[in-house]
Design a protein around this ligand. Sequence first.
Ligand code: B12
Length: 597
Amino acid sequence: MNLARRHVIPETDLPEGREVLDAGRALAKDWHVGPSVFLDYYQVNCEAEYKLRCMDSERIMQHAHMGFRDKKKSIRAFQEIYESTEKQGVRVDRFGLCLDWSMGFPRAMRDSQLRGTGLILDGPEDFHEVANAAPAATHFGDFVLGFPGALENTQAALSAGGTVIGNLGQYFTFRLPDWNDDIVTTNSTLKAIGLIAAQPVKVLVHSNLDDGFAAVFEDLASALGAAMLERYIIEDLCGALIAHCFGHHYSTPLTRLSFQRALSIASPNPGSMIYGNTTSYRGSDAENYASLGAYLLLDIVGQMTCPSGHAINPVPVTENRRIPEIDEIIDAQVFAGRLTANGNDYLPIYNDTEIERVANTLVAKGTDFYNATLKGLEEEGYDIADPFELMLAMRRIGCKELERRFGQGRWDDESHRRVAILQSDTVNEIEQLVTVNLDAIDPSDRKTLNDSGLKVLVATSDVHEHSKMLIEGLFRELNIDVLDGGVSADIIDLARLAEQESVDAIALSTYNGVALTYFSRLRDQLLEMGIPVPVLIGGQLNEIPEESVNSLPVNVEDKLKKEGAFVCSGILDAIPILVNLSREKCSENYHRSATAQ
Ligand code: B12
């Protein structure tokens, strides 16, 4: 990729970052942090103050996350979770809301957008109602900052008493369906950050690294360097404060604890929360309890030995199967409370020599990545003192290219990639899954596929791309020609690529609760273009039906099958389908050459 500014940002009339920030700042006369039950109950001006108080008194905060479409149910959940855990001697300090991705659009456009499974709040009144259901801080994280609707959503969040607002990480990696105007997205986000910076009380700009760079970087040194870049943008260029979150993808004790240590140096404001290690939830409830216990204990010991203000986040064990219910959230919180009570017992046997060593390496190499990126971008002609330009450049260049150019690991000519300083758990896990799945394939099927010359277009409908990475890794080992259809792909782009490249099949991964609508639209588009390419589909195959009474997503696998999709619950389900396709292709080729003779 050519990184020169004129290639990446060809627009000649880019708004000036300073002016956009000032426009946001000016709005502070009408929009400010409103009162809330939480602020009133604890007599604090903002959550940052509460966090510092907790750190001083060695209290470990607890975060509960929920994702119901139904507003009334969300309010009930706040109340029931708060009251029930309190009765059991556990305090939930903050609630996070899984807002729907359609919330990223400005209010006036929202109704006509593809909807996922999350909560949709219309105006400031809705925000206020939900945020004040219990005396716990409300974290407005997902789909607020980083989208075209950022300003409206930030205004509403502030007026509902929200003082930790995000999610900057999403700005860099998330794409709303059929929305390509990243100038409007950047404008709205930067204005919102200006408004936040101008508040008389401390409002933290939250960024979940795992929603942004950390999920895609192969090297944790790059992930830490990215936290430094975000801090530079928010604190040095915008005059606001940043609070980082991480956790979904950090599975091994050494990476999880070392990263927490390193982040407390790279990003020293109190952190928002350490997200649960949700990628380790792959099994039954009983199996997932092992993961819950394992990561929580690390996070608790991490807070005891190096308090960073992050709330711990006990994710209910049902989360890989469906959206967790209220009683399951309560169970996870009570579980965490008990672990915290026992946490001190682990300290006498805790030894952090290796953790310190790895954390120090991450800080050193993360700093090198940070410096190399800023220097490299400046040399390519970017104004790195302009937050608008820098944010847009980083978003357009993307994580993979940034890491390829400025990563600190040694470049390996043979594999055409860098050898990571500390490889991320995600990359390790995907590499292991490729091997395990490859070994499970029948040798005769491997031979058929190896000789097939099949060309498969691989894509995702949303940000979830681990399955895509796994599919690509496995298919390449099988000598299948893999064509990259992208992440958060638009239907029309996929169909055009399928036509241009005459692919034999599309392998689609989808997680956001839009499986049936997305597939039906894709199939209709392919048929309209006269290319009935088979579509293999996997992921979270559910959707909230139009006529739903409880607003919960239901499984749509049978409907997908009826509509003609090849439904795959595991990656190996693709093998017999591809073997059949290659046999068909082989016999078509045979007939074609026989007719030609
Ligand atoms: C990792 C993760 C993320 C990461 C993704 C990082 C990345 N760059 O990929 C992050 C943190 C960014 C994320 C964000 C969100 N997430 Co998420 N995420 C997950 C999580 C933990 C794992 C999914 C995953 O990658 N699994 C790894 C793969 C390899 O395993 P697998 O899913 O079992 O896949 C197997 C099969 O399904 C199959 N398969 C899958 N696809 C295909 C395709 C083909 C062709 C074939 C053959 C096979 C196949 O093969 C795989 C291996 O056998 C799940 C919960 C969970 N534990 O499963 C939630 C989950 C998918 N996320 C969810 C949600 C709601 C979101 C958000 C909308 C939250 C929000 N409000 O911000 C955003 C998405 C925003 C957007 N713009 O799209 C929900 C979806 C809810 C639903 N549909 O009912 C889930 C289920 C969590 C939950 N219970 O609420 N998420």
